[in-house]
Design a protein around this ligand. Structure first.
Ligand code: CO
Length: 198
């Protein structure tokens, strides 16, 4: 049987390093979490939410799936958002897409990919919603980048349409929903400037 020896060693070194720097870190963190941010991002291994924000464990509540989708039928994602809003009381929900997204590219390539095609259909719906604008872009990479942005905008709208978000805003809860894009080649985030707080 293959073992995870290397990972356990790395985990041990990490935990030891953290406690050396701050002996109370884990005991304090174990008592409760009160992150200000909910991150909804792509599963892509190159986009680790907490790390790229320069934050620590305990500071970001996270949901990730292929192409950072927020679907009205996805109980997993909706449960995460509702818990983050109603119980954790995050102040910011960040939907973050990224350029060069494999999910976005797969939605564009016209090939069959198996079960994931059902998931990608939702990205194709976004494409059809902006078909004229996207069809006008000839360069494949540029088209993919534009669809990544349109997709974030659509998913931000989906977050804002969730009944418990509307309820939180009616109750004057301090909560803002943001749409961001991450650039793999630079490690930098860009604000799509579509933030909403009511
Ligand atoms: Co992706």
């Amino acid at each position: 049987m293959k073992q995870l020896t290397e990972l356990f060693e790395k985990n041990n070194a990490w935990a030891t390093g953290v406690t050396t720097h701050n002996p109370e870190f884990f005991t304090e963190l174990a008592k409760q979490q009160s992150p200000k941010y909910l991150w909804i991002g792509c599963s892509d291994s190159r986009i680790p939410a907490t790390q790229l924000l320069g934050l620590q464990p305990g500071e970001v509540f996270v949901h990730r799936n292929i192409a950072n989708m927020v679907l009205h039928t996805d109980l997993n994602c909706l449960s995460v958002i509702q818990y983050a809003v109603d119980v954790v009381k995050v102040k910011h929900i960040i939907v973050c897409g990224h350029y060069g997204c494999g999910g976005i590219n797969a939605a564009l390539d016209g090939q069959e990919h198996g079960v994931i095609d059902n998931w990608l259909r939702h990205i194709q719906d976004v494409y059809h919603h902006h078909q004229q604008e996207l069809d006008a872009v000839q360069d494949a990479e540029e088209k993919s980048c534009l669809l990544s942005e349109k997709n974030v905008m659509a998913q931000v709208t989906h977050v804002c349409e969730a009944p418990f978000i509307k309820k939180a805003w009616q109750a004057k809860q301090d909560l803002t929903v943001h749409g961001l894009i991450y650039t793999l080649k630079s490690g930098l985030l860009k604000d799509l400037k579509i933030s909403r707080n009511h």
